[in-house]
Design a protein around this ligand. Structure first.
Ligand code: SF4
Length: 156
């Protein structure tokens, strides 16, 4: 407790939302010297009234943990170790695979000649940390690609 008090003394409190799931619990983020020093449940939130589950209560380490990865890790087929890739290169590789898979698995018609225009070779599973706007854009993108298997693990 003493440690918490010392850390947050004189800190600015910024209201935020827990990024981990669709409940959207309110968070009070304590900022001192441009650094996040503590994250607590926001008592003013009508959803969570100051509470956070263990995941949300540990979200300080999401932004401050020294083990947090900032580089893309890639393990090539049959590889035995992780390689670091520049983000641009990783994005290009993903785009190449999406285009190739779409081209190889595209179905224009079924056996009776009915129009399908779909791609079953790609599926998407979103995570609960995606917000409404991100999900909206992703659904637009996948629909434009003809992908019909678009899901999200959020069930709340
Ligand atoms: S992960 Fe926990 S604290 Fe965060 S929004 Fe979901 S229930 Fe709330």
């Amino acid at each position: 407790m003493a440690d918490w008090k010392a850390r947050t003394e004189g800190a600015k409190v910024v209201k935020s939302i827990c990024p981990y799931c669709a409940v959207g619990c309110g968070q009070s983020v304590y900022v001192k010297d441009e650094k996040i020093v503590q994250i607590e449940g926001d008592p003013d939130s009508p959803i969570s009234r100051g509470r956070l589950c263990p995941k949300g209560a540990a979200s300080l380490s999401l932004v401050t943990n020294p083990l947090r990865e900032y580089k893309v890790k890639y393990r090539r087929p049959f590889g035995t170790r992780w390689e670091e890739l520049p983000l641009e290169r990783a994005m290009e590789m993903i785009a190449d695979r999406v285009l190739e898979t779409r081209r190889d698995t595209w179905e224009s018609t079924d056996g009776d000649g009915h129009t399908l225009n779909r791609c079953y070779g790609i599926a998407h599973l979103g995570g609960a940390t995606l917000d409404n706007e991100e999900n909206y854009l992703m659904k637009k993108l996948y629909t434009a690609l003809g992908v019909v298997q678009v899901e999200n693990q959020a069930r709340i």
